[in-house]
Design a protein around this ligand. Structure first.
Ligand code: PRP
Ligand code: URA
Ligand code: MG
Length: 210
């Protein structure tokens, strides 16, 4: 398997993702499941983050204790659907900074169209986790990461709930060094660029807009 592809095969995540896929899952439950899965994903995503030793005082004595190294992590949400992963990530990383990348997919061309971009300061000292539940053609994620690279962050990781071979290939063709973390790699894309079997339109299901 591609060294920059991390399949997160945890039973709890798989169970919750299966519930999200069900077409009769309500907006409320879909949103709650996205939050729960993203908290579990945050745990896996940060597994290899560098730590530094900091001198602290316990009630009994001084010690050299480990803490996450560097400036606060940036969670970069690809709007809109990326926001569905934000709350769960913030439950685990409550001090993280949050950036927003506004993109929508032109339904005719399937190309990404940017409408907003805002990141914190001092990106050179920060690790970024890019959030989007769906990596389908890969055009949105590739465009978002291209834009982020101009800010020169210390590192970039991409996390989604679902992808497919086409999305992985497209993304890694442009950004081979950026790791993808995903709980599932589905069969492929349909004629409208939707992941199959998939879970449908993530943004519409999260926000009840369909
Ligand atoms: O890999 P791609 O083929 O680019 O497709 C994936 C993109 O499509 C969805 O967003 P959408 O454009 O529907 O916008 P939304 O999040 O505002 O609903 C999804 O959240 C991704 O951003
Ligand atoms: O399957 C897909 C593809 C793109 N965007 C979605 O929300 N779902
Ligand atoms: Mg989008």
């Amino acid at each position: 398997m591609n060294a920059q592809l991390h399949l997160i095969d945890h039973p709890l995540i798989q169970h919750k993702l299966s519930l999200m896929r069900c077409k009769d899952t309500s907006t409320k439950n879909f949103r709650q499941l996205a939050r729960e899965i993203s908290a579990l994903l945050a745990y896996e995503l940060t597994r290899d983050m560098p730590t530094q030793t900091v001198r602290i005082e316990t009630p009994l004595e001084a010690m050299d204790a480990r803490m996450i190294d560097g400036k606060k992590i940036v969670l970069a949400s690809i709007l809109r659907a990326g926001n569905g992963l934000l709350e769960g990530m913030l439950d685990i990383l409550p001090s993280a900074r949050v950036g927003h990348i506004g993109l929508y997919r032109n339904p005719g061309t399937l190309e990404a169209v940017e409408y907003y971009f805002k990141m914190p300061q001092d990106m050179a000292e920060r690790d970024v986790i890019v959030l989007d539940p769906m990596l389908a053609t890969g055009n949105s994620a590739a465009a978002a990461v291209e834009r982020l690279k101009a800010c020169r962050p210390r590192s970039i990781r991409f996390v989604c709930l679902l992808t497919c071979p086409e999305g992985i290939a497209r993304f890694h063709q442009q950004h081979p060094e950026v790791p993808i973390f995903t709980p599932a790699i589905d069969r492929g894309l349909d004629e409208h660029g939707y992941i199959v079997p998939g879970l449908g339109d993530a943004g519409d299901r999260l926000f009840g807009t369909q």
